[in-house]
Design a protein around this ligand. Structure first.
Ligand code: SF4
Length: 472
């Protein structure tokens, strides 16, 4: 697709994104927007969920206008097909979030067993609260308690008697409602597996029943895998507190070694942050002509180190390729989720080293340095060391940082921090909702899609919600 065909105003509301997109164009580099344009027109059947390739009697599709086939080869109609497709999408998302949580639990276990140098129990009070929730003896020493908690959390993933432990945090009336509907989540992996089973050819063909399991699968993520990931991250690395930082591509520094941390997990990024403060690393960076080592985040890994360490944010999903176009990134370190397979190719157009760190997520043209709880600390040091040495390879003639200044921001609003700010109780908020002063609360979650102008949707909906007295 000719790059001329992509209208600038459809790309982004952010000037730094637009400036870097221009540079990519000047250098003849395609990004997510060119690839989207090349895919157009996208398949209308797939967009509506009216195509199916679950079994080899297909692929099948249903004509939404009633002129063509209304049933797949097996007899599945539009409702069944759409419900099955949605269910499988939810299962994939729940599996991804929850498997991330599993990595945190495995690391917690290794900490409890004394096998994870560099990692520690940072929020002991939270460990105590969680241990009590999971029925772990309160009088155990910290490490033994961490081990028992990790083992109890591992049980949440399998076939467990009753419902997920965290579901007990819900009000009783909500629990009863969900039990009556049959959507209270049981084992995390159980719900994902059952979703895949039910959507296999010739299994669940009642679209209401399928959608109820879709809800239960999503709730297994929310009240299971995702909640475990958040809570254990806080135990290991500290519960976030409000702190100032900065955002946009100008958080990258022309005179420093720049390392971008991208993906979803704090396990490698926390060790990289630690290693970047090592005086020996800083001295080596200065020897090579840099004034320091600068870390910046992208996507959810960026958020993990932003809210706990104040590491600035270079951008979100659609900026991942453009960050490399600056020509100042010595290394991009990724774990998993939302990482574009195009990054290796883009990195190879510059001096940037592209490191993958999870055995679950390998990429073309990447250098793979695998994480384990036992070697995470050493891995952080190796990543920083390689990035520092790479500073000497930077091509100054290709460096470009847009002149948009970095934007100040505040992050770290954990539940604990909010309650502490309100005197340890949610009552002021409840009173404000009861009186109608606040008309509700909403979470704006998820990232950008190049089909919609970058950041336009998020900023517009957030402004509209706040304008209607809804807490965001
Ligand atoms: S499950 Fe049915 S609709 Fe899907 S591909 Fe097989 S035959 Fe076609």
């Amino acid at each position: 697709m000719d790059q001329q065909d992509i209208r600038k105003e459809e790309i982004s509301i952010q000037p730094d994104t637009l400036a870097l997109k221009d540079k990519a164009k000047r250098e003849g580099l395609d990004t997510v927007w060119e690839r989207l344009a090349a895919q157009k027109p996208q398949c209308g059947f797939c967009e509506l969920g009216l195509s199916c390739r679950i079994c080899v009697m297909g692929p099948c599709r249903i004509d939404p206008f009633g002129d063509g086939p209304q049933l797949g080869v097996c007899g599945a109609d539009a409702d069944i097909m759409v419900a099955r497709n949605l269910g499988r999408m939810v299962a994939a998302g729940a599996a991804a979030h929850s498997d991330h949580g599993r990595d945190l639990v495995e690391t917690l276990l290794a900490v409890g067993e004394g096998k994870a140098p560099g990692y520690q129990i940072t929020d002991v009070a939270k460990l105590d609260r969680l241990a009590a929730e999971f029925g772990v003896a309160g009088d155990l020493p910290t490490r033994a308690k961490a081990k028992e908690l990790a083992l109890a959390m591992m049980e949440e993933y399998g076939i467990k008697k009753g419902y997920l432990t965290f579901s007990q945090r819900m009000p009783k009336a909500r629990q009863e409602k969900w039990q009556a509907l049959g959507i209270m989540p049981r084992g995390i992996d159980w719900e994902v597996t059952e979703m895949m089973h039910r959507t296999h050819m010739g299994v669940d063909n009642d679209y209401v029943n399928l959608l109820l399991q879709t809800l239960r699968c999503a709730l297994a993520d929310g009240w299971g895998g995702s909640m475990i990931a958040t809570e254990v991250s806080d135990v290991l690395f500290g519960t976030p507190k409000p702190r100032p930082s900065q955002a946009n591509i100008r958080v990258l520094k022309e005179d420093q070694v720049n390392i971008i941390l991208h993906g979803h997990s704090p396990l490698v990024s926390e060790m990289t942050v630690q290693a970047a403060q090592d005086p020996a690393m800083l001295a080596r960076a200065r020897e090579l002509g840099a004034t320091g080592i600068n870390l910046a985040g992208l996507c959810c890994t960026g958020n993990e180190v932003l809210m706990r360490k104040g590491i600035p944010m270079a951008g979100n999903h659609l900026v991942q390729e453009l960050a490399l176009v600056t020509g100042v990134v010595e290394a991009m370190v990724v774990d998993y989720q939302c990482i574009m397979p195009s990054l290796g190719e883009m990195a190879s157009c510059y001096h940037t080293l592209f490191f993958t760190t999870s055995a679950k997520a390998k990429f073309p043209k990447a250098t793979h340095l695998p994480f384990s709880p036992e070697t995470g600390e050493a891995l952080g040091k190796e990543l920083v060391s390689r990035a520092v040495e790479n500073f000497a390879r930077r091509n100054r003639e290709r460096v470009f940082l847009p002149d948009t200044p970095a934007v100040p921001q505040f992050s770290g609003f954990s539940v604990e921090a909010i309650l502490e700010a309100r005197g340890g109780t949610a009552q002021p908020l409840i009173d404000a909702i009861k009186s109608g002063q606040i008309r509700g609360a909403a979470g704006v979650v998820g990232c950008n899609n190049p089909k919609i102008t970058q950041d336009y949707g998020h900023t517009t909906i957030t402004r509209e919600l706040i304008g209607r007295d809804i807490l965001v």
